[in-house]
Design a protein around this ligand. Structure first.
Ligand code: FYU
Ligand code: NI
Length: 344
């Protein structure tokens, strides 16, 4: 076989994130399909992150989602507040963040001081599987026709992302050397969360505080589920923790999706796949910008994929036989709700 040459999206500080042409998995020869699956899996095993190009979701559709998202966040605050996120079980609705951060402070004066000093750095709208009994999505369609279009755009996108989750997990299966459809019965439910994110523009000084208050757009964390599909604009700011322990810029590449493995997939794979810490910080300043300038807004769209909530997640065949299982099995939905209840 010819040697496989792997393009890199990020290569720094021992962090190697492959840039994968997914069309070779979706419609390549059997050999191309297998080598693409192998590269994808090894990206998840080594970095916990991959970039996907030619992923099959049309650019025009992604653009529509971003335009609809920006229009949504431009709505009057009372409209957004009327769609508030209402429970970890639902994980649906609007969140003007900062809230979860300030609640860690016990003293009321501290809370108010922090609120005054640090503007909200992100707001989001979470959308779950539509039609779930008792857990309604919070749509702006109640306000106007534009809100109805928004709903249509997001539901169509939700389904495309659900399909991509299934395909990526098929590639993981092929990479692992198990039946390609092995995960299908875990990914066909669509128990996923589409999160629209808006990081408003901020003055540069906000990220340069000297009083010990760490101010980033999103603090370091790992994701919870199987994989996350991240669509970012061209602002930058996402950083991924390298094996050496430094945060490295995951620079946006047009028309790609950044995909990272979550904690439940790491657990499922007996830790053969990594769920890597990441965060969002101030983007690198563009040339000519100076102190006192503002950092422009950043929009991103994260699609958090989860195994079907009614499935039991126990070590994947081939990942534990030699070493033994590191974790007990866990129900997917219970695991997710437990994780969400801690953060909110
Ligand atoms: N919300 N899943 C995640 C997450 C937030 O992984 C989710 O539903 C991480 O920030
Ligand atoms: Ni994340």
């Amino acid at each position: 076989m010819a040697p496989i040459i792997v393009d890199s999206a990020v290569e720094k500080d021992n962090l190697f994130i492959p840039l994968i042409d997914f069309s070779l998995f979706l419609s390549g020869t059997p050999a191309e399909k297998k080598s693409t699956a192998d590269t994808l899996l090894s990206g998840f095993q080594q970095a916990g992150f991959i970039y996907l190009k030619n992923h099959g979701i049309p650019r025009a559709q992604v653009s529509r989602v971003f335009a609809s998202s920006a229009a949504f966040f431009a709505r009057p605050q009372p409209q957004k507040d009327a769609l508030a996120w209402y429970s970890p079980e639902a994980n649906r609705g609007y969140t003007a963040h900062g809230r979860e951060k300030v609640t860690q402070l016990a003293d009321k004066g501290d809370v108010e001081a922090l609120r005054a000093a640090v503007p909200d750095l992100k707001e989001s709208l979470e959308i779950g599987r539509e039609g779930e009994e008792g857990l309604p999505n919070m749509w702006p369609s109640c306000f106007d026709d534009e809100g109805q279009v928004f709903k249509d755009v997001m539901l169509e996108f939700f389904d495309c992302c659900k399909d991509l989750h299934m395909q990526v997990m098929r590639a993981v299966a092929m990479g692992l050397g198990i039946e390609e459809a092995w995960f299908d019965g875990f990914t066909d439910g669509g128990d996923n969360t589409l999160r629209l994110l808006h990081y408003p523009e901020v003055k540069r000084g906000v990220f340069r505080r000297k009083d010990g208050l760490e101010q980033v757009r999103a603090g370091e964390h790992t994701d919870y589920g199987s994989i996350t599909l991240l669509f970012q604009d061209d602002r930058g700011g996402l950083q991924v923790l390298s094996p050496n322990g430094n945060f490295i810029d995951a620079t946006p590449i047009p028309d790609t999706i950044v995909i990272n493995a979550g904690d439940l997939l790491a657990r499922w794979s007996n830790d053969t796949i990594k769920s890597t810490k990441h965060r969002v910080v101030e983007p690198p300043l563009k040339e000519g910008q100076e102190v006192g300038d503002v950092y422009p807004a950043r929009y991103s769209v994260a699609y958090f994929c989860n195994p079907n909530f009614d499935r039991f997640i126990d070590a994947i065949p081939g990942t534990y036989e030699e070493t033994g299982k590191k974790y007990e099995g866990v129900n997917s939905g219970e695991y997710l709700v437990r994780r969400l209840a801690v953060t909110y």
